[in-house]
Design a protein around this ligand. Structure first.
Ligand code: S3P
Length: 430
């Protein structure tokens, strides 16, 4: 386990690309595996999470060639997956476990899905319930935790109203709907990221939308495709946040995914006074993509709550650590879901912000971080609890602090962004 030292920096500037979007990479890999023919996916995410998805599909009999960020998948068609010999290991990846559960529910064989200690403590009932209603039998550990033993079957369609806003659960039901006889529908309480819907349409599935309801027609023939993955906005956000921390910063991030169900973070940063601009916006495979530029301006801060939370849930750690760099501080509410991510992100943010000397109040569904007048952050030893977004968020916070910060076990950043620390070092000036 290696620690990472972050020394304070003066400014950050230049241009960069971030690796391919993690959410979209998972989806393209899964659908390419279920399609007929070959798919070529470029700028596939280097994240350990996406590697977990590829490993699971290899075990299910899919042929996958990986050449750096270009992968070629020879799909087996909807009926072609094979019973895995061993337990399928989703590693740290909730997306792999929940979405794959939807696919395995529709297979005529038994499979077991497991993950690391963090994933074994994350709620799985939310996928077990709809998939059981569709006819699968799923056995979990007491309390609804992995490992999951899934006895798949020929599924029946359902109309499912999601009790929690979750793109992973929505996606699990839509993927299971591929294997059902008839039309399966999912209704969301709040709109969540729609990458699954867009990717399904690209691969040839038939979907209808009506308000917050999505319907999928079962048993389509999916066709292999050549696709390019946009850059991951959730990774890009750490650099945007660094530019907000360090005076005179100026950054351009090229070819970033700007899907409107993911880009609420840009509006929030904008409303706090960050001059964000978007250029060269275009659509690729249904996904918006463009260049994001930002230059430093002192941030006002503010409060984030309500329906928008579901659309920037992964960016909240980067926003929270900006609190001490804002004029009025930052308040986050209605974000209890943060407690069941790769770590209890509310508790881990509070613990580590306090280690750096910030004034923080922990709330059941969020936190309040005092602004600049509460004093400058100081370097500290940061414990990310194995959570990639915590390691990266505190690296950003550390850039503007007084003295050195040590991020313990910093290699956990590789769960979404293996090159994060070297890219950050390249761009900062001291
Ligand atoms: C994801 C959906 C979100 C997000 C996660 C990735 C996805 O989780 O936090 O990092 O790819 O669908 P939920 O759907 O559980 O909110």
């Amino acid at each position: 386990m290696s620690n990472q030292i972050i020394r304070p920096a003066r400014t950050i500037s230049g241009s960069l690309e971030v690796p391919g979007d993690k959410s979209i990479s998972h989806r393209y890999a899964m659908l390419a595996s279920l399609a007929e023919g070959t798919s070529e996916i470029t700028r596939f995410s280097a994240a350990a999470d996406c590697r977990s998805t590829l490993d699971c599909f290899s075990q299910l009999g899919v042929k996958i060639d990986i050449q750096a960020d270009r992968i070629r998948i020879t799909g087996l068609g909807l009926e072609g997956l094979r019973r895995p010999r061993n337990t399928l290991d989703a590693g740290n990846s909730g997306t792999t476990m929940r979405m794959l559960a939807g696919i395995l529910a529709g297979q005529e064989f038994r499979s077991t899905l497991d993950g690391d200690t963090s994933l074994r403590s994350r709620p799985m009932r939310r996928v077990m319930e709809p998939l059981t209603q569709m006819g699968a039998r799923i056995h979990a550990r007491e309390g609804g935790f992995a490992p999951l033993k899934i006895d798949g079957t020929r599924l029946s369609p359902i109309d499912y109203a999601l009790p929690v806003p979750s793109a992973q659960v929505k996606s699990a039901v839509l993927l299971a709907g591929l294997f059902a006889d008839g039309v399966t529908s999912v209704t969301e309480p709040v709109r969540t990221r729609d990458h699954t819907e867009l990717a399904l349409a690209e691969f040839g599935a038939h979907l209808d939308h009506e308000g917050r309801t999505i319907r999928i027609h079962g048993r389509p023939r999916l066709k292999g495709r050549s696709l390019a993955v946009p850059g991951d906005l959730s990774s890009a956000v750490f650099f945007l946040a660094a530019a907000m921390v360090l005076p005179e910063s100026n950054l351009v991030i090229h070819n970033v995914g700007l899907n409107p169900t993911r880009s609420a973070v840009l509006d929030v940063l904008g409303s706090m006074g960050a001059p964000v601009s978007l250029v060269a916006i275009r659509s690729e495979h249904g996904e918006l993509i463009g260049d994001v530029s930002i230059r430093h301006e002192p941030l006002k801060g503010g409060s984030i709550e309500g329906d928008t939370i579901a659309q920037l849930i992964d960016e909240l750690p980067a926003i929270a650590v900006l609190g001490p760099y804002t004029e009025q501080g930052i308040e986050i509410r209605n974000a209890a879901e943060l407690r069941v991510k790769e770590s209890d992100r509310i508790a881990v943010l509070v613990e580590n912000l306090r280690r750096m000397g910030a004034q923080v109040e922990e709330l059941p569904d969020g936190l309040r971080v005092a602004g600049r007048s509460a004093g400058r952050l100081h370097g500290a030893e940061i414990e990310p609890h194995g959570d990639h977004r915590m390691a990266m968020a505190f690296a950003v916070a550390a850039l503007g602090a007084e003295g050195e910060t040590v991020i313990r076990d910093a290699e956990c950043a590789g769960v979404s962004y293996p090159e994060f620390f070297s890219t950050l070092e390249r761009l900062v000036e001291r």
